[in-house]
Write a protein that binds this ligand. Structure first.
Ligand code: ZN
Length: 502
C-alpha cells in the first residue's frame, strides 16, 4: 500500500469537522512533509511521530513521505493528528499488514503521541465524541485512554481507549482488542444550595425570583447595598429543576474543552464572573478560542453582580448569546461557535455611591453621575431583560419578620410550571418567539381590556407588550391557569423598568 487514508476530526470551537489524513510513500530522497494548512503544532508532530514510531519498535520508512490533512482550509491545531499520521506511516510502509480497508474506513482516530510512543490526552474529547455520534453513525472512536474515559459517557457511541501506539497497531493487525472504558463519575462534593428561607422580607423580589426561575426569564435587581440583591440572586440555582442527561452531556463537552472536568452532575451551573473579568474571559476568546463564562453557564445561570461595573465590551457582547443561545468568535482563520444558553440574573446599585433612595444615608452623586451610571445598562441589553425589580430597605427589623418559605417548597412550584410549559410548547416561556405568543397566551376578556389600556395610556411599545405577555404566561403557569387573567397581566406589568433604569 503506497497510500493510506485514515479519518480524524479537527476542533473548531464546538464543531469537530471531519479531517482525512492521507499518507503517501513515494520513491525519492528521504523526506517527511505535512501539508494542508498545518500550523506550528502539526509541523512539530512530524518529529513526535518519527520518535514515537522508532521508540515503539517499528522502522521509519526511508522514502518520500507526504501527509495531507484534508480539507486544506480547516484550522487544525493541536497534536491530535499524531496518531492517525503515525498509523498512516506504518500502513504505507507495510508494518500494519493485516488491517482491513473496510475496518479503517469506520475508525475515527485522535491522540497526541509522546516521544516514547505513549498516547497523551488532548482537550475537547467530549465535543469530538458528540460530533462523531451526531454525524458518523456506526463509527468507532479511538482515543488516548483518559480521553476515551471522558467520551465514554456519550450514549450511542463506540469508544475504544489505548495507552500507546503499539496497542493500536496490535488492534489493527487483529492480534488484540482495545477496551471500551466505563465512565465512573468522579465523586463531586456539591455544597448544599443556600436556602431562600435565609432571606427575610423582600416579598416582591422573592416572588419575581420565583417567576424568573419558572419561565427562564432574565432579571435585573436594583437596590442600595445590603438590601439583599445578591443574597436572593444566589438562591435561584436551588429553585431550578435538574438538567436532562443530554443537557448535562453538552455542558460536560464545554467544561472538558475548557479543561475543567466537573464530573457528572445534573445540577444546573451558576457562574459568577467578577466585574473585573475581561471580555475574553466572560464571552470566550483567545488566540486559540476557548469557551467563556457564558458558555460555562450553558443550561444554567450567569450571575453578574453590579452589572454597570462590567467592561462595556462585556455588556455589549452579552446581547448575542442572550438572543441566539450561542457565541461566535471570529478569528483570522475563521469563526467558531460555542453554545451559551443561559439565564441572566444581574444586580445594580441605583447610583455610583449606591445610596440613592436610602432612608438614612445621603447620596453623594450628582444628577449627571447618576444618569451616566444608569446609562451603562441600556439599549440592546435592557431589551433582553424580562424582569426588573426595585428592592427597598425593609422598615421592620430582621428578627421581627416571620421565617419565609424554603427553597425546596418554591422549587416544587417551579418544577410544575416547567412541566406545563414543556408539555404545551416544548420550551420555556422566555424562549417563546413572537409568532407563537398568540397561540399560547390567550387573554381573558378583562385582560384584553387592560392590555389595550396599557398600550394606549402608557404608550408601551410592541416589544414591551410581548415581554409583558411572556411574563404573564409564566405567572399563569405558576397557578396552573390556561388563560391569562387581568391579575397575571398586571403582575407582569409591575416587573417593567422603573425610573431607576430606563
Ligand atoms: Zn449616589
Amino acid at each position: 500500500m503506497s497510500l493510506a487514508i485514515l479519518l480524524s476530526r479537527s476542533l473548531a470551537g464546538f464543531d469537530a469537522p471531519l479531517v482525512r489524513v492521507e499518507t503517501h510513500l513515494g520513491v525519492g530522497l528521504p523526506a517527511f512533509h505535512v501539508v494542508g494548512l498545518a500550523d506550528a503544532e502539526v509541523r512539530e508532530s512530524r518529529e513526535r511521530v518519527r520518535a514515537a514510531i522508532l521508540s515503539s519498535g517499528f522502522a521509519f520508512p526511508s522514502g518520500r513521505l507526504t501527509v495531507n490533512l484534508s480539507p486544506a482550509d480547516l484550522p487544525k491545531e493541536s497534536g491530535r493528528f499524531d496518531l492517525p499520521i503515525a498509523l498512516g506511516v506504518l500502513l504505507v510502509s507495510g508494518q500494519i499488514a493485516a488491517a482491513k480497508p473496510e475496518m479503517l474506513s469506520t475508525l475515527v482516530l485522535a491522540g497526541e503521541l509522546s516521544l516514547t510512543g505513549a498516547l497523551v490526552p488532548t482537550r475537547g474529547a467530549v465535543a469530538l465524541g458528540l460530533s462523531v455520534a451526531r454525524n458518523q453513525r456506526g463509527a468507532t472512536l479511538v482515543l488516548p485512554w483518559s480521553n476515551a474515559v471522558e467520551a465514554s459517557r456519550i450514549p450511542a457511541l463506540t469508544v475504544l481507549g489505548a495507552k500507546d501506539l503499539k496497542e493500536v497497531v496490535e488492534y489493527l493487525n487483529g492480534r488484540s482488542e482495545l477496551q471500551t472504558p466505563i465512565y465512573v463519575a468522579a465523586s463531586v462534593n456539591v455544597p448544599p444550595e443556600p436556602c431562600l428561607s435565609d432571606v427575610r422580607g423582600q416579598l416582591m423580589a422573592r416572588r419575581a425570583l420565583e417567576v424568573a426561575a419558572s419561565g427562564g426569564h432574565s432579571m435585573l435587581m436594583t437596590g442600595t447595598p445590603g438590601v439583599g440583591k445578591s443574597m436572593l440572586a444566589k438562591r435561584i440555582a436551588g429553585l431550578l429543576p435538574a438538567m436532562s442527561d443530554t443537557q448535562a452531556l453538552e455542558l460536560a463537552a464545554i467544561t472538558t474543552y475548557a479543561g475543567l472536568d466537573v464530573g457528572i452532575s445534573l445540577k444546573r451551573p451558576m457562574r459568577c464572573p467578577h466585574h473585573s473579568a475581561s471580555a475574553a474571559a466572560v464571552i470566550g476568546g483567545g488566540a486559540r478560542p476557548m469557551p467563556g463564562e457564558v458558555s460555562l453557564a450553558h443550561h444554567g445561570v450567569l450571575f453578574l453582580d453590579e452589572l454597570p461595573e462590567y467592561d462595556r465590551k462585556v455588556r455589549e457582547a452579552l446581547r448575542e448569546p442572550l438572543e441566539n443561545g450561542y457565541v461566535c468568535i471570529a478569528r483570522a482563520k475563521g469563526t467558531c461557535q460555542f453554545p451559551a444558553k443561559f439565564q441572566l440574573i444581574a444586580t445594580m446599585n441605583p447610583c455610583p455611591c449606591g445610596w440613592q433612595g436610602h432612608p438614612k444615608r445621603r447620596c453623594q452623586c450628582s444628577e449627571a453621575q447618576v444618569l451616566s451610571y444608569q446609562a451603562r445598562v441600556s439599549g440592546p441589553l435592557l431589551d433582553r431583560i424580562d424582569l426588573y425589580v426595585l428592592l427597598n430597605q425593609e422598615t421592620t427589623h430582621w428578627h421581627e419578620q416571620q421565617a419565609s418559605e424554603t427553597s425546596a417548597s418554591v422549587a416544587l412550584r417551579v418544577r410544575m410550571a416547567w412541566d406545563l410549559q414543556r408539555a404545551r410548547q416544548g420550551r420555556l416561556n422566555a424562549d417563546l418567539p413572537d409568532s407563537l405568543l398568540d397561540q399560547h397566551c390567550h387573554l381573558q376578556k378583562d385582560a384584553k381590556y387592560l392590555l389595550g389600556t396599557l398600550m394606549e395610556r402608557h404608550g408601551l411599545s410592541a416589544r414591551s407588550i410581548q415581554r409583558v405577555r411572556r411574563v404573564a404566561r409564566t405567572c399563569a403557569d405558576l397557578e396552573g391557569c390556561e388563560t391569562l387573567s387581568r391579575a397575571h397581566l398586571s403582575e407582569a406589568y409591575r416587573y417593567r423598568p422603573t425610573q431607576a433604569v430606563q
